[in-house]
Design a protein around this ligand. Sequence first.
Ligand code: HSE
Length: 420
Amino acid sequence: MVRIGILGVGTVGTSVAKILEENADIIEARAGKKIVVTSGVVKNLSKDRGVSIKLSDNPLDVVDDPDIDIVVELMGGVEEPYALVKKALENGKAVVTANKALLAYHRYELQEIAGDIPLMYEASTAGGIPIIGALRNGLSANHIESIQGIMNGTCNYMLTNMINNGAKYDEILKESQELGYAEADPTFDVGGFDASHKLLILASIAYGIDAKPEDILIEGIENITGTDVDFAKEFGYEIKSLGIAKKVGNGVELRVHATMIPADSMIAKVDGVMNAVTVIGDRVGETMYYGPGAGGDATASAVIADIVDIVRGNQGPMLGYKKGLESGLTLLSKDEIVTQYYLRMEVDDKSGVLATITSALGEFGISIEAMLQKPTNAESRAQLLFTTHTCKESKMQDAMRSLSNLEVVHGEIAMMRIEK
Ligand code: HSE
């Protein structure tokens, strides 16, 4: 029998305990051994979790328990779980974690500490989708050219409902929290941080890039307006929050932001809490992985898959290699990113303004692809909406600063990147 201790018996932890009990027959058949959750750790002992396991409020009751074989870490946070996972590994226990923030900051140290002891984390990225397994195992013959995906269920649920059903931002965010999709602090979701943690994990497996969230471009979905949505619809785009990792020469672009993508692309059709990740390998070509990115049972399904792998003895090095993957590849700076852009700005509605704007963009070598003018509520003002051909991020940032200083431009200039 294999004994499991769970640090953090919340939505996912409860699902793990229930599924291991309710699907015990097939799980035992697949793992080759009986797997039982014997204890769990919670902050609040008085709250009923609906599971019949021994509960404690002291994590060491699990981490130092000689009878526990596998520690499942579902607490969230960074430094506290890091110390506990480290201790569990030092105690010789295998660990399964769903904690992407922990991995975004400490994955390389943890790989060192774990050595040959299994440390698995399928549930950390894209919930129930086996994307970690796909990258570590299924695609191991390939140089990875790019990874692009919807990696946050909350953002996708919100955007889908805002775009398709006209839902209001605050109301739909509240609904995502009630459905158990959003993080305890939902700014992690809407600000793009949650997706950035997942992107960094995937980039480590695919490229061996050791970056932290602070090193990469992260933008949220907070500033998207109905005008942007209408423009996207008119010009054949969908708006999605994407995590993007792309190899460009010897560099890797890593970025998370709201993105306009062609409405007829497969990823544009991924709605609601669903996640989808497209990976292009140099030998396999394009592959796509789709499924629920959040929710108790979906995430628990990935946690249990890791437990089964550990029991079978199926694990390899934590990140899928010991050292020396893709030597020479470095993280490209944010300024080096090259993409197409969408711009929205409010301007004076008078002759010569358009020429002023287009020549200001021209000074930075930015070429316009499409343009739309819309009336505003303010008299003698108009909204100008542009898409551009590709240019460097640094040029776009300089151009936006220059445009903001023009007398004919009023307020903030909104910008969104376009991926085709
Ligand atoms: N809050 C996350 C999401 C949960 O919405 O995708 C899974 O990491």
